[in-house]
Design a protein around this ligand. Structure first.
Ligand code: PMP
Length: 393
């Protein structure tokens, strides 16, 4: 039977970027012990206090259909948090709760792109981005951010791609690079969006994982609140990846239509998950800090190990749970390196190429295993790179 091009073309006919990850998982299924530094999954479970709140809400009867836009309590809580962070007046009417950030990314593009519209995104990118854009019937167009500019996008490159584009998707703190966009980068990008009348979709799911500097939401920049959709999530901030709870914040008119979309797609998010999210978001920043702390620590561990050698370059990062390593001195591609490291040492890292052409010759390391094992794996990775660099040289 015929299947729609919309669904069969989501990966664009090529790889979806998960080959290395799938190979590592297949090895694990066969009993091989693999050190996985691949996906953005915490090595701690959701905090018991959040699970208790979930349990209490479920036992209290919040198990039926929840309000499709999200509960008033959660929408208000998210709105107050965003208003406090950005200074932009935000009410429940500006917020819709979604089953995670991923569905918020899909719904946001659905809201601003018509069939065949060009949607811009920055390369390197979170692996799902182009497929999400294709999934709504739009045409993804990458704007490269270069390693020699510390993976900060240049406004002139966005400008050159902007003609005829409906939207631009950015992500800071960034997956896969760990880069946090500076005020200058964001101000110049916002300027391009205004001049080309583009929507800005700002994926801020790592906003609580900042190691240096501060997170700036572009929705707070002049004239941007009316053209920005912010994507947020409980996943990374509260180690709640499996709970599937996120949000979109934006202009009320856009949110109204997004609610109609939700009525016809997800029909909302479980009420007990939303109640637990309200609990988590109203405990001060203690829980968030606790979730972020291991990554903060491991980034320093990695910096120390990488400072002792010259083969593997560490892209300076300011946030998120990942590190981007430049392995070009080995003469290998990111894919070749990741494959060979998996075979030789059973260490799985993601090839840069999985995140776009701009990340070629790099690998992404997720800082998601216990400190000592993390240090050992990184030291082995460096030794492996050194031996390959000697072979190459
Ligand atoms: N955006 C980025 C940049 C991500 O890395 C992820 C998850 N890895 C998501 C969105 C989606 O996260 P979730 O659906 O769990 O909120």
């Amino acid at each position: 039977m015929h299947l729609s091009q919309r669904i069969t073309n989501i990966t664009g006919g090529g790889s979806d970027g998960w080959d290395l990850f799938n190979r590592a998982r297949a090895m694990i299924a066969q009993g091989v012990k693999v050190t996985e530094l691949t996906i953005g999954e915490h090595d701690i479970p959701t905090h018991p206090s959040i699970l208790n709140a979930m349990h209490d809400a479920a036992l209290g009867g919040h198990t039926g259909y929840a309000a499709v836009p999200g509960t008033t309590a959660l929408r208000e809580t998210v709105a107050a948090r965003l208003q406090e962070q950005t200074g932009v007046a935000t009410t429940a009417a500006n917020v819709m709760i979604t089953p995670g950030g991923q569905s918020a990314l899909f719904a946001s593009h659905m809201a601003v792109c018509d069939d065949g519209d060009v949607a811009l995104y920055i390369d390197p990118y979170y692996a799902t981005y182009p497929g999400t854009i294709r999934g709504v019937g739009a045409v993804p167009r990458a704007v490269a951010a270069h390693a020699d500019n510390a993976f900060q996008p240049r406004a002139e490159d966005v400008e050159a791609a902007a003609v005829g584009a409906a939207s631009l998707l950015i992500n800071s703190p960034n997956n896969p690079t760990g880069v946090v966009y500076g005020e200058d980068t964001l101000t110049r990008i916002a300027d391009v969006c205004r001049r080309h009348d583009m929507w800005l979709i700002s994926d801020e799911v790592y906003d609580t994982q900042i190691w240096e500097g501060r997170h700036l939401s572009p929705r707070a920049l002049p004239g941007m609140a009316e053209r920005t959709l912010v994507v947020g999530s409980m996943s990374k901030s509260f180690a709640m990846t499996g709970s599937r709870c996120g949000w979109i914040a934006g202009p009320e008119a856009a949110i109204d239509h997004l609610i109609t979309l939700a009525t016809h797609t997800t029909y909302g998010v479980p009420g007990y998950i939303q109640d637990a999210s309200v609990f988590a978001l109203t405990q001060g920043d203690g829980l968030e800090q606790e979730v972020a702390a291991p990554f903060r620590r491991r980034r320093v561990i990695a910096q120390d190990i990488l400072a002792r050698q010259n083969t593997v370059g560490l892209i300076p990062s300011q946030g998120a749970m990942y590190l981007m390593l430049d392995i070009r001195a080995t003469g290998m591609t990111g894919e070749g390196f990741a494959d060979a490291l998996l075979d030789a040492h059973h260490i799985a890292v993601m090839p840069g190429e999985s995140f776009g052409a701009a990340a070629a010759g790099h690998v992404r390391v997720a800082m998601t295993i216990e400190d000592r094992a993390f240090a050992r794996a990184l030291a082995t990775l460096c030794e492996f790179a050194e031996s390959r660099a000697c072979d190459a040289g």
